[in-house]
Design a protein. Structure first.
Length: 141
């Protein structure tokens, strides 16, 4: 098990407020919630970032993530929410074990703050990117 706080939670070495567990996935309440019901969904596999996760763990996460979202929304009575997954310190990752945040958004000034500085997609750049990404997918699916 990787030496992170989530590895220790999965190993049962430190406690958590568990809401879901199966062979591959654990979900528990975030200890510093952005809003009421803020929940973390974590693969038991000790991958630091999403790109390092096995297909098996990814499938297990994908299977239960919507179900846990539904349960958090039912429990909080909130209908809108963000699912966030940070990869790398520059992308605000603090715990280097993959985890999805489910963050209820009860109102416009509560929950996840976002700066979405979008620009238009350049057509030439799009063509080049499609080539680069599809080639990368063929090399290392
Ligand atoms: P991130 O910035 O995506 O790596 O988020 C890490 C999250 O883990 C933060 O929201 C923390 O509040 C949360 N966290 C850290 N330690 C614990 C813990 N022991 N139990 C529950 N959540 C934790």
């Amino acid at each position: 098990m990787a030496d992170t706080i989530f590895g220790k939670i999965i190993a049962g070495e430190i406690p958590c407020h568990r809401v879901y567990e199966d062979d591959r996935v654990l979900a528990f309440l975030d200890i510093n919630p952005l809003t009421r019901g803020h929940t973390l969904v974590v693969p038991k596999e000790p991958a630091a970032t999403l790109d390092q996760l096995s297909d098996e763990s990814a499938a297990a996460l994908g299977r239960v993530l919507p179900r846990i979202c539904r349960a958090v929304m039912a429990a909080t009575g909130v209908r809108e929410y963000n699912v966030l997954e940070n990869n790398g310190p520059g992308a605000h990752q603090a715990v280097f074990h993959v985890h999805f945040h489910i963050i209820p958004r009860p109102g416009p000034n509560e929950g996840l703050g976002l700066r979405w500085a979008a620009r238009s997609l350049d057509q030439g750049e799009a063509v080049e990117l499609v080539k680069l990404i599809t080639t990368a997918l063929q090399k290392a699916p």
